[in-house]
Ligand binder design. Structure first.
Ligand SMILES: Cc1ncc(COP(=O)(O)O)c(C=O)c1O
Length: 361
């Protein structure tokens, strides 16, 4: 008997496009908000030694006690909040989506925002309710409050700063949402090292607040470690849907090592924050380019035709992200990751070239 995917696979999955990651082979890669700086050579050698001693014949100890203690100590989780680790914050998003997807459950988030909120909600079988941002890309607070009132969402996702817009929402708006949300409000602080603003300290004051972070943008995107902090009674429930060995022993050891040398990563983030300012100024000086303010390690810019410009930049050896068709508010927009000074210069050259070619010069 033959069976087809149409017979077997859930319609939500059949309808999905999946998460497309374009090849960056041979290109300057400025499309994924990675930290462009590797660890210094002496730390790379020390890390290699540390990893060589890891017992890869054993399963991880699923309590991850030492890594969690380092996260608490180095990354400022307040006393009274509990920590849960994920295989990247992507997995934490999945875990929260799955655990809360009771029949009829809804999830509210501003739009545009991080695409995995939508994808994970649909995969979990819940209903995703996107609420468009205001024209200036701030939260449309009346619309958010109305959606929360109407849909009584199990989860509200707020990326702080938001991806792909790069801004932090007004704290008073977030407070207003925390005050009325009947479910959990997740502050996704993936870009916190570049924003220097956080909701972590607000955890003790809000039982319905979850703060989620990742080490990806700090310079460890390859090792897939995210963490969330919340009141212990929430963490205890989410921990039940966590695959027991979700963080590998190599990821665990590498993350512990990186946190022991957090100063190096924070210095790299400081460098990127500084270069973000230089890059924004250089971009704003290009005719036809509008730059949005950013608190993240990327810049959102509007150009005359984002698809043509992104293709032109790719031809010139630079990969960035065309977000122009992601949402009407982003029409004509590109998302540019802040790289090294050389990468930023290459990006500016490619952008200049692509704009000139489009204008027929
Ligand atoms: C807002 C936001 N949250 C989470 C993530 C995913 O992070 P991780 O690498 O930890 O899965 C991203 C990645 O781009 C992001 O933009």
């Amino acid at each position: 008997m033959s069976v087809s995917p149409q017979d077997l696979i859930r319609p939500e999955v059949l309808a999905m496009a999946g998460y497309h990651v374009p090849s960056a082979a041979g290109l300057v890669k400025l499309d994924a908000m990675e930290n462009p700086y590797p660890l210094p050579p002496e730390l790379q050698r020390a890390l290699a030694e540390r990893l060589a001693a890891v017992a890869i014949n054993r399963y991880p100890a699923p309590s991850y006690t030492r890594l969690k203690a380092l996260v608490r100590e180095k990354l400022g989780v307040p006393a009274g909040a509990e920590v849960l680790l994920g295989n990247g914050s992507d997995e934490l998003i999945t875990m929260m989506s799955v655990a809360t997807a009771k029949p009829g459950a809804t999830v509210v988030a501003p739009a545009p925002s991080f695409v995995m909120y939508d994808l994970s909600t649909r995969l979990a079988g819940a209903t995703y309710v996107p609420v468009p941002l205001a024209a200036d890309l701030s939260l449309d607070l009346p619309a958010m409050l109305a959606a929360i009132e109407r849909h009584r969402p199990a989860l509200v996702w707020l990326a702080y700063p938001n991806n792909p817009t790069g801004n932090c929402f007004a704290r008073a708006d977030v407070e207003a949402i925390l005050a009325v949300a009947p479910g959990l409000v997740v502050l996704d602080e993936a870009y916190q090292p570049f924003a220097l603003d956080s909701w972590m300290d607000a955890l003790p004051a809000h039982d319905n607040l979850v703060v989620m972070r990742t080490v990806s943008k700090l310079g460890l995107a390859g090792i897939r470690i995210g963490y969330m902090a919340a009141a212990p009674r929430w963490i205890a429930e989410f921990d039940k849907v966590r695959p027991p060995y979700n963080v590998s022993v190599l990821d665990e050891a590498a993350a512990e090592f990186a946190l022991e040398h957090l100063d190096v990563l924070l210095a790299q983030a400081a460098r990127l924050r500084e270069d973000r300012g230089h890059l924004a100024a250089a971009l704003a000086a290009l005719p036809g380019v509008a730059v949005f303010p950013s608190r993240a390690n990327f810049l959102l810019v509007r150009v005359p035709d984002s698809t043509a410009v992104a293709a032109g930049m790719r031809e010139r050896g630079v990969l960035i992200k065309d977000v122009g068709r992601m949402h009407p508010l982003l029409a004509g927009c590109l998302r540019l990751t802040v790289g090294t000074p050389d990468e930023n210069a290459a990006m500016l050259d490619a952008l200049r070239g692509a704009l000139a070619a489009r204008a027929g010069r």
